[in-house]
Design a protein around this ligand. Structure first.
Ligand SMILES: Nc1ncnc2c1ncn2[C@@H]1O[C@H](COP(=O)(O)OP(=O)(O)O)[C@@H](O)[C@H]1O
Ligand SMILES: [Mg+2]
Length: 405
């Protein structure tokens, strides 16, 4: 099987998926802008061939170049696990007459209005919503939806340009702030906690699933710089408090007729226990969440995903042994990292449970925490007990400090 994989070297999870494809016997053909000489050797070894295009996101040009390349390189299947490339993958499938998700189908996982419309039609619990392209449409949307509400891009990511609006006055301010966004969703604001429901599917069936808990809610994490946001992959998915979300997740996969690959859904659990849909992508979550899944069950979802999409089976053994958590750190102050404090004490205390410490070194320039959840570094840990996992995560959140100037 010759599998064309879009962007095999970026983001940082992609080489693992490319190697997963090679590990299950696929001939992997990479597609990207950069020469293979820029790739690490193990990724280069995983690629049987490579199509280097001039400008990947110039869709017309990329389509032309890939159609041309396909005259000499056989392509049987196209995979992409990176949000900005999902529609390109679908378009290429259509141009080359290959099976898999079409552009129309992919839009259900990309366009936040279409996805919610489809789920409304299936009778699932979705926030009330309106699509709006002009200030007046936003006002009308707010009228229909009621306050508090959320204004967010129809094709957003990472909580960018997402605003909570509590009254008409704030709405006017937000209208000014989202002027550069072509189309927005005006949505009922849902109170509660936020979780994920992630799957690997084949043949329309869920072969593996994961649920993670965001602490705090992503919009808050993105608004308050002093927080150390956590994603926590939960061990006990049979917990009654998760049942409604799990059912919603399964219903969404059915309603959107997802067949094969990774999905990443977000949902809200309201104070009354109701599960409300948030959004879904037909790709894995980013920011090392796939590693959290692997650490929670000691499995390899990179290979598991590859086996599912290439061979239509999932033979990894899923034993949920741990809760695993990642804690993202933001330095205090601007400029370069000057010192890191508290790490030794925390490591001495929690050593057996800490899997990874990856902080920017002293002297490095801070990352833009609004642009990347990865912020100035992260810690990954795991523990069989949820309470202990939360306590450790919170200790790293507060007692580990990075300072910049
Ligand atoms: N209807 C809503 N009610 C409450 N919070 C919301 C709502 N929609 C979005 N948010 C907040 O904004 C964040 C980002 O929105 P989301 O739809 O997940 O977009 P993306 O992650 O693609 O930027 C969510 O994680 C959540 O914290
Ligand atoms: Mg989201």
């Amino acid at each position: 099987m010759n599998v064309l994989m879009i962007s095999p070297s970026f983001p940082s999870e992609m080489p693992h998926f490319a190697k997963g494809l090679a590990a299950v016997g696929a001939r992997v053909i990479g597609l990207g802008e950069h020469p293979t000489s820029m790739m690490p050797p193990d990724l280069r070894r995983a690629l049987a061939d490579y199509i280097q295009v001039s400008a990947m996101f110039d869709e017309e040009r990329t389509v032309r170049e890939v159609v041309e390349a396909a005259k000499r390189i056989r392509i049987d299947q196209i995979e992409c696990l990176w949000e900005p490339g999902m529609l390109l993958a679908a378009r290429l499938r259509e141009e080359l007459g290959l099976p898999g998700m079409t552009v129309e189908h992919t839009l259900l996982f990309r366009d936040k209005e279409r996805m919610k419309q489809a789920l409304d039609d299936a009778g699932l619990r979705v926030p009330r919503h309106r699509k709006a392209a002009t200030p007046d449409e936003i006002r009308q949307g707010a009228e229909a939806v009621g306050y508090p509400l959320i204004v967010k891009p129809i094709a957003g990511a990472g909580s960018a340009d997402t605003h909570r609006v509590d009254d008409a006055e704030v709405l006017e301010r937000v209208i000014g702030l989202v002027q550069h966004v072509a189309e927005v969703s005006v949505e009922e604001f849902i109170e509660g906690e936020e979780f994920t429901f992630d799957t690997i599917c084949h043949g329309g069936e869920i072969a593996y699933h994961n649920m993670s808990w965001y602490r705090p809610r992503p919009l808050i994490a993105r608004t308050l710089e002093w927080t150390s946001p956590q994603t926590l992959a939960l061990r006990d998915l049979d917990e009654p408090a998760l049942a409604a979300g799990k059912k919603l997740g399964r219903d969404v996969i059915k309603a959107l007729d997802f067949q094969s690959g990774f999905t990443h859904m977000e949902w809200f659990r309201t104070p009354s226990g109701e599960a409300v849909f948030g959004e879904i992508g037909c790709r894995p979550p980013g920011a090392r969440s796939v590693d959290l899944m692997n650490y929670a069950c000691d499995l390899d979802t990179f290979v598991g995903w590859a086996e599912a999409v290439v061979h239509g089976r999932f033979s990894q053994v899923v034993e949920r042994r741990y809760n695993s958590s990642i804690i993202f750190k933001r330095a205090k102050g601007e400029g370069r990292i000057r010192s890191i404090q508290g790490l030794e004490r925390l490591i001495a205390r929690y050593r057996p449970h800490v899997l990874c410490v990856d902080l920017l070194p002293v002297g490095a320039h801070r990352r833009n925490w609004k642009q990347t959840l990865m912020s100035d570094g992260h810690i990954i840990l795991r523990h069989p007990d949820l309470q202990a996992t939360m306590e450790m995560s919170d200790r790293f959140g507060t007692d580990l400090e990075m300072f910049a100037e």
